[in-house]
Design a protein around this ligand. Structure first.
Ligand code: C2E
Ligand code: MG
Ligand code: MG
Ligand code: MG
Length: 295
């Protein structure tokens, strides 16, 4: 069919194959099968959100968390987002899936708020395709209002390339988001081609430094210089900075020295299922590590 031909042509272009390749058609049917199963994942309640804490580098307080989607298979195994988000994006399924993510993250945070164990925002990742959907703002507003969640508890994570792809369109949507009272973060900062000065023309609150820049800050002087410079420049522009993928105490020590505001990473915790996150919030609350001042 036409889709298959297109896919094969694309792959061929990439690999410069001149002949029919059985590996390619096998990969295509695998992808098609995944897409078909993904189509039912929402109805079958196979999608789930995990939550990863974000922590103040100096005080150790919880300052936020990020919602990360998981796809639970009938056999109990999990498909990581890198395996199915691209398929969801290409097929357009990301629009209903993304709407579910917004709804579910708002519902969960509101339930933690009501229990009195959480007063921090939740970060939700947005894809370009969602951003191009004319219904995005209504989707966000109804996710918030259906559970009566104050907008400041929702932190939208957008990548640099999403922001820069269509600057005028993006600027007007982001302005609307700020008018509603949402928080805005730039995700995976450093992996795109934009400059901080460019980004500053958008009403964003935070930068998340991509984990590839954090990975070797302890051993590579150049990586350390880049990360330290990003922190300093972001602060000059009055943006908050959070480091992604922090795994060791040595990395955290450097980030503290540079006054990076917060971090997220295995050092504090892997992403947790909602039940485990609830346990963590309850024990943080008990040890007063959660700020209970309303935002
Ligand atoms: P991201 O938004 O940059 O999320 C951070 C990723 O880094 C997560 O991977 C997280 O598990 C991982 N991570 C956190 N700390 C560490 C660490 O210390 N070391 C290492 N090696 N990794 C760490 P995950 O959950 O597999 O998600 C991957 C990507 O999938 C996300 O990157 C995001 O771009 C996308 N994604 C996840 N959930 C959603 C969603 O609901 N919607 C959309 N559109 N994309 C999503
Ligand atoms: Mg993210
Ligand atoms: Mg990221
Ligand atoms: Mg990423």
């Amino acid at each position: 069919n036409a889709d298959a031909a297109m896919y094969l042509a694309k792959e061929r272009g990439r690999n410069n194959f001149q002949f029919f390749d059985h590996g390619l058609s096998a990969r295509y049917s695998e992808r098609l099968e995944l897409e078909n199963r993904l189509r039912h994942a929402l109805d079958e309640k196979q999608l789930e959100l995990f939550y990863q804490p974000q922590v103040d580098t100096l005080s150790g307080e919880l300052i936020g968390m990020e919602a990360l989607i998981r796809w639970r298979q009938p056999d109990g195994s999990m498909v990581p987002p890198d395996k199915f988000i691209p398929i969801a994006e290409e097929s357009g399924l990301i629009v209903p899936i993304g709407a579910w993510v917004l709804q579910e993250a708002c519902r969960q945070v509101q339930s933690w708020l009501r229990e009195g164990i959480c007063r921090v925002p939740v970060g939700v990742n947005l894809s370009a395709r969602q951003f191009d959907d004319a219904g995005l703002l209504d989707t966000i507003k109804s996710a918030l209002s259906s559970v009566n969640l104050p907008p400041a508890y929702l932190d939208l994570e957008l990548t640099e390339s999403l922001v820069m792809r269509n600057p005028e369109h993006t600027r007007s949507i982001l302005a609307e988001c700020k008018k509603i009272g949402l928080q805005l973060s730039v995700d995976d900062f450093g992996t795109g081609y934009s400059s901080l000065a460019n980004l500053k023309r958008f009403p964003i609150d935070r930068l998340k430094i991509d984990r590839s820049f954090i990975k070797d800050i302890v051993t590579e002087a150049d990586d350390a210089a880049i990360a330290q410079t990003i922190v300093a420049m972001a602060h000059t522009l009055r943006l908050e900075v959070i480091a992604e993928g922090v795994e060791t105490e040595a990395q955290l020590a450097l980030l503290r020295r540079w006054r990076c505001d917060a971090y997220q990473g295995y050092l504090c915790s892997r992403p947790l299922c909602a039940a485990d996150m609830t346990q963590m919030l309850r024990s943080l609350r008990a040890s007063r590590m959660v700020s209970l001042a309303p935002i």
